[in-house]
Design a protein around this ligand. Structure first.
Ligand code: PXP
Length: 242
């Protein structure tokens, strides 16, 4: 079954808005895990406007306690690489974000960035950290990601979410299916994320059951406000059965 990694950034954003530790990303993460979520994701950005670097270390402890995976995402700056090497999350997802970017909005150009990506992969993999690269479904260069040693690709799902139940939805979904076949043929595993929600997730997983993990934050937190955390995590786990 595809694993649900809950992205905790929005809880960290609420916490930061008051300068104290309420709501507490640790407590919220534990609640998600007790309800059956399979892992936790954190995406610190350089300005630490939501997730902070120290959250990586406290959530590492939570994930150890619950024996689940911690996924850290972000642009591989020297500082983030060092934090990752110190905290040793199970997975490091490299994202080509500019420092002040609102949210991730594209995957890597593998050819252009292969030296940087390979340097990071070579540094963290020996520590037992799996490396996933954020990828556009229509990127023709998955071969390069394989050659530089990536373990997984995380498919950027905004184009799927954007067209869901609209005119081009079948064409786009077909594109994602082809991308997944290409990656799997090369021996790359697959994650997916961005703009997934309770409405669009199940159809995606039904078409591409080979996705190992989805990381979901923004919509999941909004849905928790609307429906309550117990209901929402339960519904996600149901949707992930495909
Ligand atoms: N994957 C990556 C690389 C991201 O940057 C984000 C957003 O932080 C997500 C997944 C989760 O996206 P969303 O918050 O829309 O669920």
């Amino acid at each position: 079954m595809t694993q649900l990694s809950v992205n905790i950034n929005k809880i960290a954003l609420l916490r930061n808005s008051r300068g104290r530790d309420y709501p507490d990303p640790i407590g919220f993460s534990k609640r998600c895990l007790e309800l059956g979520a399979h892992g936790i994701t954190l995406h610190p950005r350089p300005d630490q406007r939501h997730a902070r670097y120290d959250d990586i270390f406290s959530l590492r402890k939570v994930c150890d306690q619950y024996q689940v995976e911690l996924n850290v995402e972000g642009y591989p700056s020297d500082l983030l690489i060092q934090k990752v090497m110190d905290a040793k999350p199970d997975q490091f997802t490299l994202v080509p974000d500019a420092p002040n970017q609102l949210t991730s909005d594209h995957g890597w150009d593998f050819k252009k960035n292969q030296d940087l990506l390979k340097k990071v992969i070579d540094a963290v993999q020996p520590l037992g950290i799996r490396v996933s690269l954020f990828a556009d479904y229509n990127n023709p260069d998955y071969q390069v990601a394989k050659e530089i040693g990536a373990d997984r690709l995380e498919l950027y799902t905004e184009p799927y979410a954007e067209t869901y139940e609209k005119q081009d939805s079948e064409i786009v979904l077909e594109g994602f299916l082809n991308a997944s076949k290409k990656a799997l043929d090369l021996g790359l595993e697959l994650n997916a994320g961005h703009d997934l929600n309770l409405e669009n997730l199940q159809a995606f997983i039904k078409h591409i059951p080979s996705i190992k993990e989805v990381s979901i934050g923004h919509a999941l937190i909004v849905e928790c406000l609307e429906m309550g955390i117990e209901t929402v995590i339960g519904k996600y786990l149901e949707a992930l059965k495909g």
